[in-house]
Ligand binder design. Structure first.
Ligand SMILES: Nc1nc2c(ncn2[C@@H]2O[C@H](COP(=O)(O)OP(=O)(O)OP(=O)(O)O)[C@@H](O)[C@H]2O)c(=O)[nH]1
Ligand SMILES: [Mg+2]
Ligand SMILES: [Zn+2]
Length: 312
C-alpha cells in the first residue's frame, strides 16, 4: 500500500531526515531518507523544506522524501528554507557585536522577504550599552528585544511576539555569531527545550560553535503554533565574503535608506559620501533620521559588492 504525506523537514543529518507531518494532531514525525531521483537531480534538501513523503508499506526502506515542494526562499547561512522571521541575535558584549555583520544579515533577510527582528542578549552585562544598541535599531524601524538568558529580562515580551507572529506553519530561526547566547535564550523562552550551551573562550572571547546543526523545534504549547530553529553560530570569517546579491539590489535591502530613493540631486546617487546638498541620505544622516552605523554598513557592503562586480 502506498500513501503520501506532506510535512516539514525539521532536521537533517548524514542523509537522514526528520519530517514533521502537517495537520497530524499527534505531532507525527517521520524519519526517512531522500528518494534516489532527488539525488540524481542534485536537489539538496534543506531544513525548513516542505516535502512530500511517500510511504510504501510493501518495500523495506519504503519511506522516502519524494518531492521538495516549491520554496519561498532559501538561505546559505544559516542553511534553511521557507523562513518567515529571522531573529538576529547579538550580545552587548562577550562577544562584542560587529554591527556590519548584523546589518548584512538584515539585508539578506530583506532581500529574501524574511522579516528581520533584532534580539540583543546578555543585557545583564551592560544595561546601558544594551539600550544604546536597541535605539539604533528601533530608530531604523526594526522590532527590537533587549533580553538576558541569564536573568530572564525581556524574554516575556519576546515570547509574546513569537506566540503572536510565528503561528500556523510559519517558520523562524535564531541566527547570529557563536557564543552570543542563542541556545541559552531559546532554553529560557521554552522550558521544554534542553539545548546544549557552553561558555565562550576566555582568551579570545568568542563562542565555541556549540550548536553544530540546524534544527527546528516544536514550540507548540497549543496545537497550531509555528516552527522555531536554532542554528550554529557563525564566525566572522563566514561573513567576510558577501556575495549573496548584486550591488544594484543593495539599496532595497536597507529600507531605512531606500526611503530616500529618487530624492538625491543625481538619479544614480549611491549615497557614498556626497554632500548633504546633493544627497538626501547624507542630509538624513545629518538630521539624525538615519543611524550612522547603518549607513557605514551600507557603504562598506556597497564597496564589497561593487568590487565583486568588477572582478567577475
Ligand atoms: N551573562 C550572560 N551570559 C549568557 C547569556 N546568555 C548566554 N550566556 C552565556 O554565553 C555562553 C554561550 O551561550 P550559548 O547559548 O551556548 O551561545 P550560542 O549563541 O548558542 O553559541 P553557538 O551554539 O556556538 O552558536 C554560555 O556560557 C552562556 O551561559 C546572558 O544573557 N547573560
Ligand atoms: Mg547554540
Ligand atoms: Zn544620495
Amino acid at each position: 500500500m502506498i500513501c503520501e504525506k506532506i510535512g516539514k523537514v525539521v532536521k537533517g543529518l548524514g542523509g537522514l531526515y526528520e519530517v514533521r507531518v502537517f495537520g497530524s494532531s499527534a505531532k507525527e514525525v517521520i524519519s526517512c531518507r531522500a528518494k534516489g531521483s532527488l539525488h540524481r537531480d542534485e536537489k539538496i534538501i534543506l531544513v525548513g523544506d516542505n516535502v512530500r513523503v511517500t510511504v510504501d508499506t510493501d518495500t523495506p526502506d519504503g519511506v522516502v522524501i519524494s518531492e521538495i515542494l516549491p520554496r519561498k526562499n532559501e538561505l546559505i547561512r544559516p542553511p534553511l528554507s521557507n523562513l518567515d522571521y529571522i531573529f538576529i541575535v547579538f550580545a552587548v558584549k562577550k562577544p562584542s557585536p560587529v554591527l556590519e555583520t548584523v546589518d548584512k544579515l538584515t539585508a539578506i533577510a530583506h532581500h529574501n522577504e524574511i522579516m528581520p527582528v533584532i534580539v540583543i542578549t546578555k543585557a545583564d552585562l551592560d544595561e546601558e550599552l544594551a539600550r544604546e544598541y536597541a535605539e539604533i535599531y528601533r530608530k531604523s524601524n526594526f522590532s527590537v528585544f533587549v533580553t538576558s538568558g541569564e536573568s530572564g529580562e525581556g524574554t516575556g515580551e519576546l515570547k509574546k511576539f513569537i506566540g503572536e507572529n510565528v503561528t500556523g506553519s510559519k517558520t523562524a530561526a535564531f541566527a547570529g555569531a557563536s557564543g552570543v547566547g542563542k541556545s541559552t535564550l531559546m532554553n529560557c523562552l521554552f522550558d521544554t527545550l534542553t539545548l546544549k550551551t557552553s561558555e565562550i573562550s576566555k582568551k579570545i572571547e568568542r563562542g565555541r560553535h556549540t550548536t553544530r546543526h540546524v534544527e527546528i523545534f516544536d514550540i507548540s504549547e497549543c496545537e497550531d503554533t509555528g516552527f522555531l530553529a536554532d542554528t550554529p553560530g557563525f564566525s566572522l570569517i563566514d561573513f567576510s565574503r558577501f556575495d549573496f546579491f548584486g550591488v544594484d539590489e543593495l539599496e532595497a535591502a536597507f529600507p531605512d535608506i531606500a526611503v530616500y530613493k529618487g530624492m538625491c540631486r543625481y538619479s544614480d546617487c549611491a549615497h557614498l559620501g556626497e554632500s548633504a546638498a546633493e544627497c538626501a541620505v547624507a542630509k538624513a544622516l545629518e538630521s539624525g533620521e538615519i543611524q550612522p552605523t547603518r549607513l557605514e554598513s551600507y557603504r562598506a557592503i556597497y564597496r564589497v559588492l561593487k568590487d565583486k562586480k568588477n572582478y567577475d
